[in-house]
Design a protein around this ligand. Structure first.
Ligand SMILES: Cc1cc2nc3c(=O)[nH]c(=O)nc-3n(C[C@H](O)[C@H](O)[C@H](O)COP(=O)(O)O)c2cc1C
Length: 219
């Protein structure tokens, strides 16, 4: 059965973006847009699609949660031995995408990924709810096949009894944060008649120092 969506279209008219009005640093604009997404009560504004590509040259994409915006990049947490962890070990280049329909905005961030310091990962792991900590131990190796749900549930129950609610769950060596050091960020604001605003920041180096340049892109 086929489905035809060629008559489905929306007109985007909620905002605009001009090259003259954007701040010098993309992180400033990223923070402003993130604050607006939170204010507008967008569900899971932190959810972002993460695209990676290992040495097989086959791209993979999945959602992860943004956990921090630093001065140089963005941080998320995962299992280092997952399929994405394998991709990242083979090729550190990655891209991330946010789409906030309610604001008619898309943000596209690209850069290179590296593991964050183990101490920082452990500090975050220890802040997570007890059962999420147990869940991280159950999902090892993340992305590996499991015979059925029962196997997972038995492992969860076993670990819950090994680590009673009052017991500290050890931080797994195989779990932690990655930071994407940002090379470019594109901010997309939907406009009417497909005349969307696209402003891209790229990091440029000159005389040993780095700065951001902006360009407007055709929609
Ligand atoms: C809303 C949402 C949030 C998610 N957050 C994370 C996350 O922060 N870290 C993570 O490893 N997986 C997260 N996942 C699960 C991933 O999308 C994915 O299924 C998992 O990480 C395995 O991906 P991989 O096989 O490509 O490594 C999330 C999924 C959804 C739908």
């Amino acid at each position: 059965m086929s489905m035809d969506f060629t008559d489905q279209r929306l007109s985007y008219e909620k905002g605009e973006l001009s090259q003259q009005s954007v701040p010098t640093s993309p992180f400033e604009l990223l923070n402003v847009w993130m604050d607006e997404a939170i204010e507008q009560k967008i569900q899971e504004p932190y959810a972002m699609s993460l695209a990676t590509c290992g040495s097989d040259n086959k791209p993979s994409v999945r959602i992860v949660l943004l956990r921090e915006i630093t001065d140089t990049g963005i941080v998320f947490y995962t299992n280092y031995e997952s399929a994405k962890g394998q991709d990242i070990a083979e090729n550190p280049n990655a891209e991330v995408l946010f789409f906030w329909h309610e604001l008619e905005r898309q943000i596209r961030i690209s850069g290179s990924i590296a593991k964050i310091e183990a101490d920082k990962s452990a500090a975050y792991f220890q802040k997570r709810p007890h059962d999420s900590q147990v869940g991280a131990w159950v999902s090892q190796p993340q992305s590996g096949a499991v015979a059925n749900r029962e196997v997972m549930e038995r492992k969860f129950e076993q670990l819950q009894s090994d680590y009673a609610a009052s017991t500290q769950v050890p931080t797994p060596q195989f779990w932690g944060g990655y930071e994407i050091t940002v090379d470019s960020i594109e901010f997309w604001q939907g406009r009417a008649n497909r005349m969307h605003d696209r402003i891209v920041y790229t990091k440029e180096s000159a005389d040993g120092s780095e700065h951001w340049e902006t360009k407007r892109l055709l929609p």
